[in-house]
Write a protein that binds this ligand. Structure first.
Ligand code: BMP
Length: 491
C-alpha cells in the first residue's frame, strides 16, 4: 500500500530524478497542490506563478495558450521555479505517433523538453508515443505522466483503456512516473504518482463538462497524490488566499491518509464461484439471451450486472421488471426454463485463468479456503461435476446460497460470514478474511462483512468508482493476483 506511506519514503521507490525530487519537495514544503494557470498572457502567467509559488509543489502550464510567448518567459518561469522550489508541468497531452511527438517535445517554438520537468501523453497511439518522448526526455531527467482517466463528463478513458495505461507505465518505469487520473489504480507496494485535475472546494462543474471533487475525495478516498486546481485558485478573489485554502485541504487529506494503518495479513480466503472460479457467466448469458430473444428483448450488461451474484428468485424478479415482461412471463416460468437449459450446459464450464494455480497453491500452503456461492447446492453439484481437480482442493468446504446459515443473499454479508465460520475463522478482525468476487453485489457483500475484497470483474462491466475504491485490488484475471501482497506465501 505505497500510498499509505509518506511522500518522502516513497521517493526511494523511484529511479526517475524528477519523480524523486517532487516527492521529497512535497513533504519539505508541506504541499500536494499544483496550480494550473490557464491564462493567455506572459505577464499574467508570471504574476500568478509568483503568487502561488510559496504554496505549490507543481506549476502546471498550457504554454500554447500564451499569446505573447517568448524565450524570456521560459527564463523567468525557471527562475520562479528555483526561487519557490516547484516543478513545472507542461500539460501538453501529446497524442501522436512516436516520431512526431519526439519533434513536438524537443523542437518548435516552445521546446518543451528544455524547461518542463514533467509532461503528459495520451496512450491512444499505442506505446510508441512513450518511446518517442522517452528518447528526448530521459537524457534530460524529465518525467512523463500518462492520461489514465479524465475528469470531464463522458470521458472515454475508462475500463480496459485505463488499465492499459497502467501496463504501459509499468513497462516504462524509468520515464513514466505516474498518471493523470481520478483514482489510484494499484494498491500494492508498486509506486506511481497520481496527479488529479477536476478539484474544487465549492464548484461541482463548469457547464462545459468539467466535474469537480474535493481535495479530500481525491487524496484520502481515491488515493491520489497531487491535486491540480485551476480556476478555483486564480478565478476571482485572492489568489494567495485561495492557494492557502487548497493547500491546507490537500495536505490535511494526505495526513489523514498516511495515518491509516495498513490492512492486516490475510489468514482465510473465500471464493465466489460463478464468473470467478468458473466461466459459468457465459452459460447464464447464453441461456437468458435465448429466452429473452423470443420476446424481442436483449440481455444487456446493465441488467446482467444487477442480476449477477444475487439469489435466483430476486434476480428473476429483476429481469421480469427490467424487460417489462409482466403478464407474459413469470419469474417462476423463466427460472424453470432457464434452469433446465442451464443444467445441460453447466457441467461443461471450465476454471477461469489463474484459478487452478492459486487454489492449488493455497491448498499446498495450508491456507483455509472455502467456496461461498449464491448457487443452490444442486446447481453447485452440476457445475462441479466435471471439475473435480479444482473442487477437490476445497476438501468439501463449500457454502451454498440455500444453506441454512445463509438467511439473506448478497449483498448481505451472510454467506461470507457463514463460510468463514465454517473453515474455523473466529477472529474479531474480519479484515483477515479475503473475498474474491466478480459481481458488484458480491463485492458489496464482502465489504459488508468487513472483509478485504479482490474484485475480478467481467471486462464488460462498468466499474463503480466508489466500489472500486473500497476494494483491496481490482484485477483483470486471477493470474494477476500476488499472494505476497496480502502476507500470504508467495508462489
Ligand atoms: P480547472 O481547475 O480550472 O477546471 O482546470 C483544470 C485543468 O486541468 C485544466 O488545465 C485542464 O486542461 C486540466 N485537466 C482537466 O481538467 N481534466 C483532465 O482530465 C486532465 C487535465 O489535464
Amino acid at each position: 500500500m505505497s500510498h499509505l506511506k509518506s511522500y518522502t519514503s516513497r521517493a526511494a521507490q523511484h529511479s526517475n530524478p524528477s519523480a524523486r525530487h517532487l516527492l521529497e519537495l512535497m513533504d519539505r514544503k508541506k504541499t500536494n497542490l499544483s496550480a494550473s494557470v490557464d491564462v493567455t498572457t506572459k505577464a499574467e502567467l508570471l504574476r500568478i506563478a509568483d503568487e502561488c509559488g510559496p504554496y505549490i509543489c507543481v506549476l502546471k502550464t498550457h504554454i500554447d495558450i500564451i499569446s505573447d510567448f517568448d524565450d524570456d518567459l521560459v527564463t523567468q518561469l525557471i527562475a520562479l521555479a528555483e526561487k519557490h522550489e516547484f516543478l513545472i508541468f507542461e500539460d501538453r497531452k501529446f497524442a501522436d505517433i512516436g516520431n512526431t511527438v519526439k519533434l513536438q517535445y524537443s523542437s518548435g517554438v516552445h521546446k518543451i523538453a528544455s524547461w518542463a520537468h514533467i509532461t503528459n501523453a495520451h496512450i491512444i497511439p499505442g506505446e510508441g508515443i512513450v518511446h518517442g518522448l522517452a528518447e528526448v526526455g530521459v537524457p534530460l531527467n524529465r518525467a512523463l505522466l500518462l492520461l489514465a482517466e479524465m475528469s470531464s463528463a463522458g470521458s472515454l478513458a475508462t475500463g480496459n483503456y485505463t488499465l492499459t495505461a497502467l501496463d504501459i507505465a509499468r513497462r516504462n518505469r524509468n520515464f513514466c512516473v505516474g498518471f493523470i487520473g481520478q483514482r489510484r489504480l494499484e494498491n500494492g507496494e508498486e509506486d506511481f504518482i497520481y496527479m488529479t485535475p477536476g478539484v474544487g472546494l465549492v464548484a461541482k462543474g463548469d457547464g462545459l463538462g468539467q466535474q469537480y471533487r474535493t481535495p479530500r475525495q481525491v487524496v484520502f478516498e481515491s488515493g491520489c497524490d497531487v491535486i491540480i486546481v485551476g480556476r478555483g485558485i486564480y478565478g476571482g478573489g485572492n489568489t494567495a488566499e485561495n492557494c492557502r485554502l487548497y493547500r491546507e485541504a490537500g495536505w490535511n487529506a494526505y495526513l489523514e491518509r498516511i495515518a491509516v494503518k495498513p490492512k492486516p495479513i490475510v489468514t482465510h480466503i473465500l471464493f465466489d464461484m460463478d464468473g470467478l472460479l468458473l466461466d459459468t457467466e457465459r452459460v447464464y448469458s447464453e441461456v437468458t439471451s435465448e429466452i429473452l430473444a423470443r420476446y424481442g428483448k436483449t440481455f444487456d450488461w446493465a441488467l446482467k450486472s444487477q442480476m449477477m451474484g444475487v439469489k435466483e428468485g430476486e434476480a428473476a424478479a429483476k429481469l421480469i421488471e427490467y424487460c417489462g415482461l409482466e403478464g407474459k412471463l413469470t419469474a417462476e416460468e423463466y427460472l424453470r426454463e432457464r434452469n433446465a437449459m442451464q443444467s445441460e450446459r453447466f457441467p461443461f464450464c471450465v476454471p477461469l485463468p489463474g484459478v487452478l494455480r492459486l487454489v492449488k497453491h493455497l491448498k499446498d500452503t495450508r491456507i483455509p479456503i472455502c467456496v461461498a456461492t449464491s448457487s443452490h447446492r444442486h446447481a453447485f453439484d452440476l457445475k462441479s461435476s466435471k471439475n473435480s481437480e479444482l473442487f477437490g482442493y476445497f476438501e468439501g468446504n463449500i457454502t451454498c446460497g440455500d444453506d441454512k446459515a445463509v438467511v439473506k443473499g448478497k449483498p448481505a454479508p451472510d454467506i461470507f460470514l457463514a463460510s468463514a465460520k465454517s473453515i474455523g475463522f473466529h477472529d474479531a478482525d474480519f479484515q483477515k478474511c479475503l473475498v474474491f468476487e466478480d459481481a458488484p453485489s458480491g463485492v458489496l457483500a464482502g465489504l459488508n462483512a468487513g472483509m478485504q475484497v479482490v474484485w475480478i470483474p467481467d471486462p464488460n462491466l462498468e466499474l463503480d468508482p466508489v466500489l472500486t475504491a473500497q476494494c483491496a485490488k481490482v484485477l483483470r484475471t486471477m493470474e494477476d493476483f500476488d499472494p505476497s501482497e496480502f502476507g500470504l506465501p508467495a508462489f
